[in-house]
Design a protein around this ligand. Structure first.
Ligand SMILES: Nc1nc2c(c(=O)[nH]1)N=C([C@H](O)[C@H](O)COP(=O)(O)OP(=O)(O)OP(=O)(O)O)CN2
Ligand SMILES: [Zn+2]
Length: 120
């Protein structure tokens, strides 16, 4: 039996999008309460009844939270153009080494819009 486990994380950050057309509102400095969903996929162990402990997701996420929370994303190396798309891949690249079963990273900038990334 295979399952997808999903853990939500949140961080607050400011950003601006430097490559949008002139006059676009997102060229101005603004902030979001970002929500990130990290999904892993794999088999359930018949003995333990789980795939892996959710705490592994938390442990993998914690260093990224420190890099992102209450930061100006444009100043974070690799996030000079911090769209949801760029952020999703940035997070994926940093989680994948410690979460080989990584299946999807989803970025919610607002309640209504999200970017889902499943690797290239
Ligand atoms: N494909 C993308 N489009 C947009 C991104 C992005 O990262 N990828 N980002 C933005 C801005 O960051 C913006 O802050 C979010 O804009 P929007 O979804 O329009 O959110 P609002 O709450 O400001 O919009 P409402 O019109 O109030 O719904 C824009 N586009
Ligand atoms: Zn924004």
């Amino acid at each position: 039996m295979n399952v997808r486990l999903v853990h939500e994380f949140r961080f607050e950050a400011a950003h601006r999008l430097p490559k949008v057309p002139q006059g676009h509102k997102c060229a101005r400095l603004h902030g979001h309460s970002f929500k990130v969903e990290v999904a892993i996929r794999g088999p359930v162990n018949e003995e333990t009844g789980w795939f892996i402990d959710y705490s592994h997701l938390y442990e993998a996420w914690a260093p990224l939270h420190d890099l992102l929370d209450h930061h100006y994303l444009n100043e974070v190396p690799g996030l000079e153009n911090p769209t949801s798309e760029v952020l999703a891949r940035w997070i994926w690249t940093r989680l994948a080494p410690s979460l080989p079963s990584l299946n999807r990273v989803t970025i919610f900038e607002t309640c209504d819009a999200r970017c889902e990334y499943e690797g290239d």
